[in-house]
Design a protein around this ligand. Sequence first.
Ligand code: SAM
Ligand code: SF4
Length: 413
Amino acid sequence: MNNISPSGNELSQKFREINEIGIYLHIPFCTGICPYCPYNKEIFREDSSHKYVNAVIKEIDSYVPLIKNIPVTSFYIGGGTPTTMLTKGIESIINHIYRRLNMKCLVHMESHPDHLTAENLKIIESIGVKYLSIGVEAFQDHHLKTLERPYTVREVMNTIEKAVSRNFDCVNIDLIFDLPGQTESEVEQAGLEIAKLGVHQAATYPLFRFSYTRLGNQFNKRRNEIFTAFHRRKFLQILEEILYGSGYYRSSVWAFTKNGVDKYCSVTVPLYLGFGASGSSYLRDIFYVNTFNVSEYIKSINDGKSPVSLSINLSEQMQMAGWLYWRIYETRFRKSDFLKRFNICFDEKYGSLMEILNRVGYLKNGNDQINLTDKGAYWLHAFEDFFSIDYINKLWGTSIQNPRPGEVVLTTV
Ligand SMILES: C[S@@+](CC[C@H](N)C(=O)[O-])C[C@H]1O[C@@H](n2cnc3c(N)ncnc32)[C@H](O)[C@@H]1O
Ligand code: SF4
C-alpha cells in the first residue's frame, strides 16, 4: 500500500458507478485499554473528543457532493468504544449523517458493558440505535480478570438482562473463547448462559493473538498453529451444539443469531466509506485507510488536507478474491451475485474448486446458492485467517506506530 490519496476527480468518477453504499464511523476512544485489543484507540479525553466531532463532521461534508443522493443502506459505529462519546458529541455526528446523507437504514453500534446504565440505554435508543453489541467477553470472573475487564460476571449479566428487555431489534454479545487455561466445560457454561439470557445474537471469537498487543506478544503465534486450530474447532462445536439446540442459526463463521431476528453485523454492503481516524473505505477497485493517529486526523482535516494515509488499487483478481473472502465469512452466497458484480460466470471462474469443496463436505454446491457446512465454514476461514491475521498485524501494527507510514508491504511472513 502506498501514501497516494485518491483525488476528488477520481472519487467523483467512482461514485457515479455506485448505486448503494455503507458507512462506517470509527470512535477511537476507550475508558481503559485491554491487553489483547488490536483496534485503534486511545484513552478518552473530553477536549480531544470535541475536536474529533468537528473533524468527523467536516470529513462527512467533504463527501456530500460526491455521494449526493446515493442510498446509504448500512451504518455501523465501531471503535474503540462508541459509548465513551454518549452525550459527548456522538449524537451530533449521527444527526449530521441523517441530515446530510440519503439514509435508508438504522444504526448498528458497539458498546462497553460499564456504560450501559438504564439512562444510557434510553439515550442509545433515542439516537436511533436499533442493533446494539455489548463486549461481554467471558462468563467466568477469572477470565475477565486475565482480560483486565473492569466488571464481574454478575454485573455483566445484569446489564445484558436490562438491554434485552428494551426495544432493540438485535442485542449482540461478544464472547472470546480459547482464553489462557480455558476448559471445555467453561465454554459450555458460557454457551448455556447466552441461551438462558435470551440474547438475540452471540459473536464468539477465539482470542486472536496480535503480536503488537501486550497479551499477543506473550505467545509465539506459529508454534502451535495446527494444535490451536483443532482446539478452537472443538470449542466452537460445543457452542454450536448448545446454540443450535436453543433456536439459533449460524449467521457468520463466528456468529449465532436467534431464528427470526435480523442479524447484527458490521457494514453489510460490499462498498463502503469509513469516517474518522483509521476509518477505511472500499470503492470497488480502491481500498484506502485514514491515518490512525487522532491528532494527525484532526490536524489534516482542519488544514484542509486528506486524512488518507495509505491506499491500494485493486486488480479485478484481487476484487474477486476479496468478494469470495467475505462470502465465505458469511457462510452462504449466490453465484448470480458474483455474475452481477463482475459480469463473469461464477462456475467458469471457481466451478472446479467448488466441486472439490463439495465432495470433501465443506459446502453444498447448488445451482445458484452455495451454503458452507459447519466444517467448511470453520476450516476455510481458518485457512483465510492464516494470511489475514498477518496482514492485519502488518497494516494496523505499522499504522498504530506511524501516523503516515508512507508505504506498507503486505506479504505474509
Ligand atoms: C471494539 S470492541 C467492543 C466494544 C468495546 N470496546 C468493548 O470492548 O466492550 C470489539 C470486540 O472485538 C473483540 N476482540 C477484541 N480483541 C480481540 C482479540 N484479540 N481476539 C478476539 N476478539 C477480540 C471483543 O469481543 C470485543 O468485544
Ligand atoms: S477491547 Fe474494547 S474497551 Fe478494550 S481496548 Fe479494545 S476497544 Fe477498548
